[in-house]
Design a protein around this ligand. Structure first.
Ligand code: ADP
Ligand code: MG
Length: 911
């Protein structure tokens, strides 16, 4: 949209440049402030607008679609300029931040009238009052109420000796809620940690930013800000952190390592640097112990569509389909829990106990939810008030939130068999001093304006001197009304009105037709002309001027008093910010717990058993998202069992190999089991009849042939890189989901890789795994790998069509049913008929072969994970396979190559 405004009306200062090469004082001021904030767009306050100049103006006008104008000259050239109105600044900030810009907001620090007193050439004092960056937002309009907004600091300690790995520490805060956490990790788990937090902004030292190994990774993340070394100086870290929290030593936060202290200090220093004198109510840093949460890497998160679907939407994600919360705080906490399932069975059981108590009691659940629904977002209101960006409605939010918490706590006090987590939260609900809410209730008016500058938010009768001043102001307004009717009488112009606007103040207005009369004697002695518009003429009078001054001063005094009261109420609130925050967290917790209970009751979920074993038994499991999607069309979901527990006398869990035609439900089955593990460990009931899960410490999920052109890697390369990550990282507690791995390359390559992968998972990783494949040949492996179990998804052939039963049963698929699926998809009948003929011929030839594929020496070779692959036969076969180019072969050539390979194998096998 285009924005233009009359330059000069709100800005009495001299223009930025006089064209003679010498910058004006204002331009000098601008250049100086801009030089201090080179990496930000500078919002330079001029009256009712934030103006941008030079490059900033060009960038912003393009980004925001606003008109680029020019103003004055600098070094002989026009100065580009554009601006946004202050009242709509949030909206523009939002767009600039979303595009990855940072904005320095520069305000006028004095009244322009003050500046003029110093001489006509002097400029208004200005300075930057805040840097707006993606990770340091507090405004509702700039934030998603249902998501945390994290700023993450990453620090690294180089290995002290060869052979040791680099260590990392993470510090992250959400200044809009006050949360502050610290954790450490190694290089391998760094991306998974960052994927879990999804920070809006990451700060690192210049050196770490430029690190040769990490630089390409940083570029894949949305907003990584390199900062100068002093922000990450470990020598001053402790001092910076303790002085922020006004404590004597950092021991108050537990025994933090130097690296952790540095990350935490970077967070608070960055807050100080961006908030400039304002202090958000950060909680003291809380350290997360390593391994406390299930490690889930970025690819797995994406693949399982935990927080958003593959196309990037919240709708259709697991989060969306389980979210029954009724408050923003609850929604944020639910997302947090979902992205970081726990690994301690005790902690998981405590969460489940809390959910269970609400599942059992439907009345209490409904009552709790309706109370919560009406409760405001305490944490964010508190943060805004603390950084001086709060308004009267934030005061009301504190009042209502604190009252709602106390009411809820009273209502829940009678809960039977109170679980520990709930008892704890109930205590927090009572933490804020009752006087606080009472004082706010007494002070705040029933209707509240959005901004404190609008006034009128203090209740009548709360403050005597305010009431008096307001009476004076209102009395004068009545006098204005009386004056209007007197003027109308005296001039006999009935339509005469006294109006008010911000430019003229109060004025007398008559229609153009009466204008002449007022401009001539005798009326022109009283009425002084101010403005002529198309239809009206406007005047002022001496009397009106006096009245106006009286009204203005009374209104100004009233507003001044209100602002004083506002500050006092904010002071009371901030004095209790720790208690209010605790209360806010408790409300969020109640919301999550009652929402999960609501979900469990609504969708018939069961309480899972989570323990320290290696078991994994799901009875009648369902896919939480697919089930709900099918329910919308009235289609039932077919529940399936899954048992990956170690067989008798074995310690390691099982691998299920699932074959079956396309569309049978393989992928759905794989994912539902992974999602059930996540739900169970986040402390939720699960979509199953029963579930018994030995804690999963790492979860991997991969799909073959996923396209990732954006990162410039071939699909097959991606598939292999990801498979490598699993084979290198999965331990005995991991759960691995592999869906059609090996699909991205020629059949032989793909089959061989899939084959070797299954063997490795079985013998080396020894983890629980689900492996869906279209390589039926792999099922032969179960003869040799004792913990490998073959399963297939049942289908029925009926009158030449295939019917999907979606039932997972032991055994392997006998057909691919590819042609039947193609028929369902609407391939022309002639193509289907021809394909059937070709298939029949191929199958006949296949049977004519002397041996089954699974007996090929290559695959039957005794498998040793550390096998020396230098032997000649192996080398020969590798070279022969490498020389093939399947893309350029005709089917006939391919068949010939196949026979050739088999022949060679038979020969080398004899050696
Ligand atoms: P595959 O991976 O075997 O090709 P999918 O898992 O993608 O098959 O499933 C194909 C479709 O079948 C799904 O989109 C879903 O609509 C349906 N489906 C899968 N599993 C079930 C089930 N257990 N019950 C009902 N419908 C199912
Ligand atoms: Mg599939």
């Amino acid at each position: 949209m285009a924005l233009t405004h009359p330059i000069g009306m709100s800005e009495p200062e001299p223009p930025p440049g006089d064209g003679n090469g010498r910058p004006s004082p204002m331009l000098e001021q601008y250049i100086e402030i801009k030089a201090a904030n080179p990496d930000c767009l500078l919002f330079y306050r001029m009256g009712d607008f934030y103006e941008m100049f030079f490059d900033d103006a060009e960038i912003a006008s393009r980004a925001l679609g606003i008109v680029l104008t020019k103003r004055g000259k600098h070094q002989g050239r026009d100065i580009p300029m554009c601006g946004v109105p202050v009242v709509r600044a949030d909206e523009y900030l939002h767009r600039l931040i979303a595009l990855g810009h940072r904005v320095a907001v520069c305000e006028q620090l004095e009244d322009p009238a003050e500046a003029r007193k110093r001489g006509s050439k002097s400029v208004v004092r200005r300075d930057v009052v805040r840097l707006v960056t993606p990770g340091t937002l507090t405004e509702d309009t700039l934030l998603d109420a249902r998501r945390n907004n994290y700023l993450l600091a990453v620090t690294r300690a180089r290995p002290s000796s060869a052979g040791e790995d680099a260590r990392f520490a993470l510090g992250w805060i959400d200044i809009s809620t006050g949360e502050f956490r610290i954790a450490k990790c190694d290089r391998l788990s760094l991306p998974a940690e960052i994927a879990r937090l999804e920070p809006s902004e990451i700060i690192v030292s210049d050196a770490l930013y430029a690190d040769a190994e990490l630089a390409p990774y940083w570029r894949t993340l949305p907003a990584v800000t390199p900062l100068t070394r002093d922000m990450f100086d470990s020598a001053t870290a402790e001092r910076r952190l303790t002085s922020f929290f006004a404590v004597a030593t950092s021991e108050a936060f537990g025994a933090l390592t130097r690296l952790e202290l540095t990350a935490a200090a970077a967070c608070v220093t960055y807050v100080e640097r961006t908030q400039i004198g304002k202090r958000p109510p950060l909680s003291p840093p809380l350290r997360e112990s390593a391994g406390a949460t299930m490690a889930i890497d970025q690819a797995t998160r994406g693949n399982l569509e935990l927080m958003r679907t593959l196309s990037g939407e919240r709708r259709g994600s697991l989060l969306d389909s389980i979210d029954r919360t009724v408050t923003s705080a609850g929604s944020r906490l639910l997302a947090q829990r979902l992205s970081a399932p726990l690994t301690d069975p005790g902690a998981i059981a405590r969460r489940l106990d809390a959910v269970a108590s609400f599942v059992d009691d439907g009345t209490v659940r409904a009552d709790t939810r309706s109370r919560l629904q009406a409760s405001p977002d305490l944490a964010r209101a508190l943060a805004r008030l603390a950084v001086g960006r709060g308004g009267p409605r934030d005061l009301a939010a504190i009042r209502d939130g604190v009252l709602a918490a106390a009411d809820l706590a009273r209502a829940l006090a009678s809960l039977k068999d109170m679980p520990a987590e709930i008892a704890e939260a109930l205590k927090s609900c009572h933490r804020p001093d009752g006087m606080l809410a009472a004082e706010l209730a007494a002070g705040l008016a029933a209707e509240l304006p959005a901004f404190k500058r609008d006034g009128g938010f203090v209740r009548e009768g709360y403050d005597a001197s305010l009431d008096e001043t307001r009476a004076l102001r209102d009395e004068s307004r009545r006098v204005v009304a009386a004056l209007q009717s007197r003027y109308a009488d005296e001039t006999t112009v009935r339509g005469l009105k006294i109006r008010h606007n911000n430019v003229l103040g109060y004025f007398v207005e008559v229609t153009a037709q009466h204008g002449e009369k007022f401009l001539a004697p005798p009326l022109n002695a009283t009425f002084i002309h101010r403005q002529t518009l198309a239809g009206q003429v406007r005047f002022t009078t001496a009397e009106l001027g006096e009245l106006e001054a009286k009204i203005a001063s009374a209104a100004e005094r009233a507003l001044g008093l209100e602002l004083e009261i506002f500050d006092r109420l904010v002071g009371n609130i901030l004095a209790q910010s720790a208690a209010i925050k605790e209360c806010a967290e408790a409300l969020g917790g109640f919301d999550v717990v009652s929402a999960l209970a609501h979900l469990a009751a609504e969708r018939d979920y069961a309480r899972p058993v989570v323990d320290d074993g290696h078991g994994f038994i799901i009875e009648g499991g369902r896919h939480p998202v697919v089930e709900q999607a099918l329910a919308r069309d009235g289609t039932p979901f077919v529940a399936n069992d899954c048992d990956l527990s170690p067989p008798k006398n074995a310690e390691a869990g099982r691998i299920w190999l699932i074959t079956g035609p396309n569309m049978a439900g393989k992928s759905t089955f794989l994912r539902q089991n992974a999602l059930i593990a996540i739900l169970a460990q986040m402390g939720s009931f699960v979509p199953a009849k029963a579930a018994h899960i030995g804690v999963v410490d790492r979860l991997f999920s991969r799909v073959g042939a996923a396209d990732d052109l954006a990162r410039g890697r071939s699909t097959f390369m991606v598939e292999m890189v990801e498979t490598a990550a699993i084979l290198n990282q999965a331990g005995p507690r991991a759960l691995v989901i592999l869906d059609e791995i090996g699909r991205g390359t020629a059949t032989f390559d793909g089959l061989s890789i899939a084959w070797a992968t299954v063997e490795h998972l079985h013998d080396v990783n020894r983890c629980r795994a689900l492996f869906a494949t279209h390589f039926h040949e792999l099922t032969a492996l179960s003869a040799r790998l004792d913990r490998l179990h073959n399963a297939t998804v049942k289908v029925k052939e009926w009158q030449g069509d295939v019917v999907f039963l979606h039932e997972v049963v032991p055994g392997s698929a006998d057909h691919s049913y590819g042609i039947q699926v193609a028929k369902l998809a609407g391939l022309p009948a002639s193509v289907i008929e021809r394909a059937k003929l070709v298939l029949a011929k191929l199958e006949q030839d296949d049977r004519a072969k002397p041996k089954g594929f699974e007996d090929l020496p290559l695959f039957a070779a005794p498998y040793k994970p550390t096998q020396d692959t230098q032997d000649d036969a192996y080398q020969f076969m590798v070279a022969a396979v490498a020389a093939l180019n399947p893309d350029e072969m005709s089917p006939r050539e391919a068949m010939e190559a196949l026979y050739m390979l088999k022949q060679k194998l038979a020969q080398t096998g004899k050696k």
